[in-house]
Design a protein around this ligand. Structure first.
Ligand SMILES: C[S@@+](CC[C@H](N)C(=O)[O-])C[C@H]1O[C@@H](n2cnc3c(N)ncnc32)[C@H](O)[C@@H]1O
Ligand code: SF4
Length: 343
C-alpha cells in the first residue's frame, strides 16, 4: 500500500502554483488532529506500507513535532524498506527539522529549487534565492540523506544561456534524482492564461530534457530523472503503474480498484469531517486510457493486453520496444502523441 499525506501550508504563494495551500498557519493544530483521525480510519486496511509521501504545500514549513503522532500511528504498518519522502522549501528546511524527521522515519527529501537564477525565481515569486537553495543542497549532501530537487523550465526566460547555466549547476551538484517540469499555466493562479510567460521555442525545451539525460540523469518519466534505477522514486512509480493508494488530508485523492476518492478542498470542512470523501467511479476504458498515457510517459510501460489494435505497433517500430508482454516508449517527449495514436 502507498499513502499520500497533504500538508496545505506555505510561507508564501508562488505565482504558478494551484496546489491547495494557505499562508495562515492558525489551524495547524486542528489540521494535524484531523489528519490523525483520517489516517487512523485507513490504517487497519493498510498492511505493508511501501511508500509514504508528505506533499504540499510545504511540509518543511511545519515544525517536526507536529508529525510525531502520524509517524507513531504509521509505524506498525510499515514495510522494512518503506520509502518516506517529504517536500521541503529552501527557506524553511533546517538541520533540526531534518534530524527530528529522520528519527521519526523520513528517508527522502524533495527540495523545491525551481531555478538557480535569481531573476527567474523572482518571476516565479519564490521566496528564496538560488544561494539559499545551494546551501540547503549542501546540507542534504552533508547529512547523507537521499534527496531530489525540483526545477521548472519552459518559461519565456529559458533561453539557451539560461538553460546552459541551469545545466552547469546541475552538473556540478552530481544529483541522484531530479524532477524538471515545464511551466503549466494553472487556472485560478496569477499565471492563468499568461501565454507570453511560456517558452515559444519547443526545441529549447527538448534541448534541456536531452542535456539532462547527457549529464547522467536518465529520464524514467517525462519529468523525472535518476542517476540509476536505485534512485527512482518508488512512490511515483506506483502512481504511474496505477497501483491503489490512500490519500490523506485536504484535497487529497486516493484510489481503490475502479473508485477514486476525493477529500474536501475546504479547510474548515476537512477539519470538521476528515473522513468525508466524494467518489468517482472509473469505467474500464477510463482506466485503460490512463494506464496507456502514464505507462508511455514512464519506464513503467503498458501491458499489451490494453492495446486494442496491435497492428498499429508496426508503424511505431522506431519509437517503441516490447519486453515481457509490455510496450515501452523510447522517447517520453513523444508519449502523448503515441498514446493518442494507440488509444
Ligand atoms: C507540490 S509542489 C511544491 C512543493 C514545495 N512546496 C515547493 O515549493 O517546492 C511540487 C512541485 O510541482 C512543481 N509545480 C507546481 N506547480 C507547477 C506549475 N504550474 N508548472 C510547473 N511545475 C509546477 C514545482 O516544481 C514544485 O516544486
Ligand atoms: S510551489 Fe510550493 S511553496 Fe510555492 S505555493 Fe506551491 S506548494 Fe507553496
Amino acid at each position: 500500500m502507498r499513502i499520500y499525506i497533504h500538508i496545505p501550508f506555505c510561507a508564501s504563494k508562488c505565482s504558478y502554483c494551484s496546489f491547495a495551500s494557505f499562508t495562515n498557519k492558525q489551524k495547524i493544530n486542528e489540521y494535524f488532529k484531523a489528519l490523525e483521525l483520517d489516517l487512523s480510519r485507513f490504517l487497519p486496511f493498510s498492511k505493508d506500507i511501501k511508500s509514504i509521501y508528505f506533499g504540499g504545500g510545504t511540509p518543511s514549513f511545519i515544525p517536526a513535532k507536529y508529525y510525531e503522532n502520524l509517524f507513531k500511528l504509521l509505524k506498525p504498518f510499515l514495510n522494512a524498506n518503506c520509502e518516506i519522502s517529504a517536500e521541503a522549501n529552501p527557506n524553511s528546511l533546517s538541520l533540526e527539522w531534518l534530524n527530528i524527521m529522520r528519527d521519526y522515519g523520513l528517508n527522502r527529501i524533495s527540495l523545491g529549487v525551481q531555478s538557480f537564477n535569481d531573476e527567474k525565481l523572482k518571476f516565479l515569486n519564490r521566496s528564496h534565492s538560488s544561494l539559499e537553495a545551494l546551501n540547503q543542497i549542501a546540507l542534504l549532501k552533508k547529512e547523507k540523506i537521499n534527496y531530489s530537487i525540483d526545477l521548472i523550465y519552459g518559461t519565456f526566460m529559458d533561453d539557451l544561456t539560461m538553460l546552459n547555466n541551469e545545466l552547469d549547476v546541475l552538473k556540478s551538484l552530481e544529483l541522484n534524482h531530479l524532477s524538471a517540469y515545464t511551466l503549466i499555466l494553472e487556472e485560478n493562479t496569477p499565471f492563468a492564461n499568461k501565454i507570453d510567460y511560456l517558452q515559444k521555442n519547443d526545441e529549447l525545451n527538448c534541448y534541456f530534457y536531452e542535456q539532462i539525460n547527457k549529464i547522467g540523469l536518465k529520464a524514467y518519466e517525462i519529468s523525472n530523472f535518476a542517476s540509476s534505477s536505485d534512485y527512482e522514486c518508488s512512490h511515483n512509480k506506483a502512481y504511474w503503474n496505477k497501483d491503489d493508494y490512500i490519500g490523506i488530508g485536504l484535497s487529497s485523492v486516493g484510489t481503490s480498484k475502479n473508485i477514486r476518492y476525493y477529500a474536501s478542498s475546504s479547510l474548515a470542512e476537512y477539519i470538521n469531517n476528515p473522513l468525508k470523501r466524494s467518489k468517482e467511479i472509473l469505467s474500464l476504458d477510463d482506466i485503460r486510457l490512463e494506464s496507456i498515457f502514464l505507462g508511455l510517459r514512464s519506464n513503467v510501460g503498458v501491458s499489451l493486453e490494453l492495446i486494442k489494435d496491435l497492428s498499429k505497433l508496426d508503424d511505431l517500430k522506431e519509437l517503441i520496444y516490447i519486453k515481457n508482454g509490455r510496450l515501452f516508449n523510447k522517447n517520453y517527449l513523444l508519449s502523448d502523441e503515441i498514446a493518442l495514436f494507440l488509444e
